[in-house]
Design a protein around this ligand. Structure first.
Ligand code: HSE
Length: 400
C-alpha cells in the first residue's frame, strides 16, 4: 500500500505534544513533517525555535498544503472548533481529546461520513493500549460480553501509592500531577469523569452505541479514606477505579465507573502506578487482557504516532458494531453488590441496600455490604459529593 506524504499541522505543545515530537524524532521507520505548531501562550519558553510556532489557528486550517491536523490541546470546546473546521476543509484529523470525542461522538462520526475524512483518536482511551483499533478490527464480529479495566493513570497511581506505600492521598495526587499524568483540572481524574469519557468512546466501538456521558453513572476516588484501604488490605484486595460496559441481554448494555475490589488472583491486581489494563470477555475469544502505560507524554505520543502512521495508509474507523446495529438499548436497571463506608444512618438509607451480607460499626466509621441498583446510584449522583461515604463495587456476580 502506498503512503501519502504527510504534512502535519499540530495544535498544542504540552505534555503530549512534546511527547509526540520526541516519539516522531526517534521513529526510524516513519517520517512525517510537522509543518507548523499552533499554541496559545505567547510568553512560554519553548524547547524548539519559535519559528516552528504560530498563535493563529488559521495558519494551519487555511494552509492547503497541510493534509493532517493533529489536535492535542486541553480546551475541549476549542478542540471541537478546530477539529470540525479542519474536517469541513477536507483535512484528516488525529486527536487525543477524550472529552471532545465523548461529548460530540455522534456528530463527529457523521462529519467523517459527510466530508469523507478520517478522525482517529486511539490515544484518547487507554493511551498506549491499542484498544480502539482492537475493537474495530479484531472484535468486529465477536460477541463481546463485557469490557472492564483501569482507564485512568492518575487514580491508579494515587491508589497504588496509598496501598503499597501508605502514602497520603494529596501527596500521591501531587506526584501524579508533577509526573504529567493528571488533567490540568485533576478533579476530572479523581472524580471519575476522565474514565467515563474513555468508557463512552470504547462503548461506541465495542457495541456501536454513542452514549451521552451524562447518562452514565460515574464515581471516583476522592472520598477514599485510610479505613477503606485498611479494609481492602485485610481482605487481600486492592482498590482500583474500574469502568465497566457489558451486555445485560441480547440487544441491551449497561455501563458505569466505580472503584472496585480486586483480589490478588485477578489480572488488574498488578496493574499499578500509571499503567492501564483492559479485560475483554467474548463468546469465542473468551477472556483477554491488555495492559500498558495509560498516561504520560511518551506513552500517549506513541498512540498518536500510530494514528498518524495509520492515517498515511488511508485508515478510517468503520464503526462496524454501529453498522451492524445489534445493540440498541442502554439500561441502568442493573444490580451491583457494593461496600458502602458511611457515617450517618440517613445516608445509608438513601442507598436502599438489599441482601446485606456484612455490617460493621465503630465510633470512627461504619460499613455495610449489600446489593444496590445502578439506577438508584445514578439518582443519588447530585447528593453523593456532600455525603461522607465511599462506595466500592465488590465485583461479585449478582443475580439480576
Ligand atoms: N489524566 C489522564 C490519566 C491522562 O491520568 O489517565 C491520560 O488520558
Amino acid at each position: 500500500m502506498t503512503r501519502e506524504k504527510l504534512r502535519i499541522g499540530l495544535f498544542g505543545y504540552g505534555c503530549v505534544g512534546q511527547g509526540l515530537h520526541d516519539v516522531l524524532n526517534s521513529s526510524r521507520g516513519f517520517k512525517a513533517d510537522i509543518v507548523r505548531i499552533c499554541v496559545k501562550d505567547k510568553t512560554k519558553k519553548r524547547r524548539i525555535p519559535m519559528s516552528n510556532f504560530t498563535f493563529d489557528k488559521n495558519d494551519i486550517l487555511n494552509d492547503p498544503s497541510i493534509n493532517l491536523v493533529v489536535e492535542l490541546i486541553d480546551d475541549a470546546d476549542e478542540a471541537f472548533n478546530i477539529v470540525t473546521t479542519a474536517m469541513k476543509k477536507g483535512k484528516n484529523v488525529v486527536t487525543a481529546n477524550k472529552v471532545m470525542v465523548a461529548t460530540h461522538f455522534r456528530e463527529l462520526v457523521d462529519l467523517q461520513e459527510k466530508y469523507k475524512v478520517s478522525l482517529l483518536y486511539e490515544a484518547s482511551a487507554g493511551a498506549s493500549i491499542p484498544i480502539i483499533r482492537n475493537l474495530e478490527e479484531y472484535y468486529d464480529n465477536e460477541l463481546l460480553h463485557s469490557l472492564r479495566g483501569i482507564l485512568n493513570g492518575t487514580t491508579n497511581y494515587v491508589l497504588t501509592k496509598m496501598h503499597n506505600e501508605g502514602m497520603d492521598y494529596n501527596l500521591a495526587l501531587k506526584e501524579a500531577q508533577e509526573k504529567g499524568f493528571a488533567e490540568s483540572d485533576p478533579t476530572l481524574d479523581v472524580e471519575g469523569w476522565d474514565a467515563k469519557y474513555k468508557l463512552c468512546i470504547i462503548t461506541g466501538h465495542a457495541y456501536g452505541l454513542f452514549i451521552d456521558p451524562e447518562e452514565v453513572f460515574h464515581y471516583g476516588i476522592s472520598k477514599i479514606s485510610t479505613f477503606d484501604i485498611r479494609y481492602a488490605r485485610e481482605k487481600g484486595f486492592k482498590i482500583k477505579l474500574v469502568p465497566f460496559v457489558g451486555k445485560t441481554n441480547e440487544n441491551t448494555i449497561t455501563s458505569f465507573v466505580l472503584p472496585r475490589f480486586i483480589s490478588s488472583d485477578k489480572y488488574l491486581y498488578n496493574v499499578d502506578n500509571e499503567y492501564n489494563g483492559v479485560i475483554t470477555e467474548a463468546a469465542f475469544a473468551d477472556k483477554q487482557f491488555f495492559s500498558g502505560k495509560g498516561a504520560g507524554g511518551h506513552a500517549t505520543g506513541s498512540a498518536v504516532l500510530s494514528d498518524i502512521s495509520a492515517n498515511s495508509y488511508g485508515y478510517k474507523y468503520e464503526y462496524k458494531k454501529y453498522q451492524q446495529g445489534t445493540v440498541s438499548e442502554y439500561t441502568r436497571n442493573f444490580k451491583l453488590e457494593v461496600y458502602l463506608r458511611y457515617r450517618n444512618e440517613k445516608d445509608r438509607k438513601l442507598f436502599g441496600l438489599k441482601d446485606v451480607s456484612e455490617y460493621f460499626s465503630s465510633k470512627l466509621y461504619k460499613y455495610v455490604i449489600g446489593i444496590v441498583n445502578l439506577e438508584n446510584l445514578y439518582n443519588l449522583r447530585e447528593q453523593l459529593p456532600d455525603m461522607d461515604v465511599f462506595i466500592v463495587n465488590t465485583g461479585r456476580k449478582v443475580k439480576q
